[in-house]
Design a protein around this ligand. Sequence first.
Ligand SMILES: [Zn+2]
Length: 212
Amino acid sequence: MSFLYDISRTIAPTLAVWPGDTPFTLTHTLRKADGASVNLTTITLSPHTGSHADAPYHFNDGDLHPSEMPLEPFIGVAHVVTVKRQHGGITPQDLASHDLSGVQRLLLHTWVSDVPDDEWPQDFPYPTVELIDWLAEQGAVLLGVDSPSVDRFDSQTLPCHHRLRQRGLFHLETLQLAHVPDGVYELVALPLKLARACGSPVRAILRSLEHA
Ligand SMILES: [Zn+2]
């Protein structure tokens, strides 16, 4: 029997979003209670609401939208590792105690997973360009973080977003890895087939490997 971990944040009006981004809203267009044949809702959200995949168009004009992104990076074997570093850039040395040779997808579990959905994490840790280069050398295709960005909160130049793209990796942000033991799993976190958008929410799950 395989076991599933849901590693997605819950999308609700109370979910914290990036300061200045569009908050999630939900309204009813029709209600059964009012005599309609169905309940019908309308939702408004930024593609970066909760657990999501950034599209390269987010940081590169003319680059890929979610409907054009390959799916392979978002489904397959993934390593989950706990990172003890509380703040600043996460380096390969921070992960030295883990066996990550040949890692394809790396999910970084930090204290940010313990922050409630309705609180914005202050001063979250973030990957370094050095870590991304190391991952690329391992042949990795995806980096996932539980923080809201793969760059530091106040970065204007987004070096890690760009280095990931240059090295052929995609990335997931705002995962929720609390209660997930470190280990190797199958990740499924497919972006919606959204044209023209700058990212997509994902329902991210980890499935235990029967023969791990
Ligand atoms: Zn994002």
